[in-house]
Ligand binder design. Structure first.
Ligand code: DQA
Length: 156
């Protein structure tokens, strides 16, 4: 994916969007919390922002922690930035934490809801310490904001 430019390795013009457990149920899952838009709707929003800035958007949804970890490993070669909504893995997945720590590029943690305003166990994020920043509580708008953030960071 990466290209050699003047002796340096150019960053691939690809952003990876990761969606963790249960996000495939969006649209019908607790709509009073997560809204009625589907994951496909959110991916389309993210893809439109990425493509308008000249980036390709790769998306992986998985209910399995290891698949998400492996996608982060591959992103070390294949992506310039990661936007991740880890679902409940946010609150306990140290393997996802460690994988993201080894990724050399912007990482945006994204949540539809505001976990800090919910149950106490959601107030811990093990992803936040290895994220460049977090976007929470804006519902589907967060996908637009997250992609705009990584595009701006990659332009710096
Ligand atoms: C979520 C918040 C998490 O606490 C929860 O487990 C989810 C969705 C969100 O987008 O608001 O699955 O990541």
């Amino acid at each position: 994916m990466s290209e050699q430019v003047s002796g340096t390795t150019a960053r691939p013009r690809r952003i990876l969007l990761l969606s963790g457990p249960n996000l495939g149920l969006l649209g019908t899952r607790e709509p009073e919390i997560y809204g009625t838009a589907t994951l496909d709707d959110h991916v389309a929003t993210a893809r439109a922002v990425a493509e308008s800035a000249g980036f390709e958007l790769a998306h992986l949804h998985s209910d399995h922690e290891g698949e998400l970890v492996e996608a982060v490993h591959a992103a070390r070669r294949e992506a310039a930035a990661i936007v991740v909504n880890p679902g409940a893995l946010t609150h306990y997945s140290w393997s996802l934490h460690d994988a993201l720590a080894a990724f050399d590029g912007p990482v945006v943690e994204l949540h539809l809801s505001n976990p800090d305003a919910r149950e106490p166990w959601r107030r811990t994020s093990v992803v936040a310490p290895v994220a460049t920043g977090s976007i929470v509580g804006f519902g589907g708008l967060g996908y637009r904001l997250a992609l705009e953030a990584v595009v701006a960071l990659l332009a710096e």
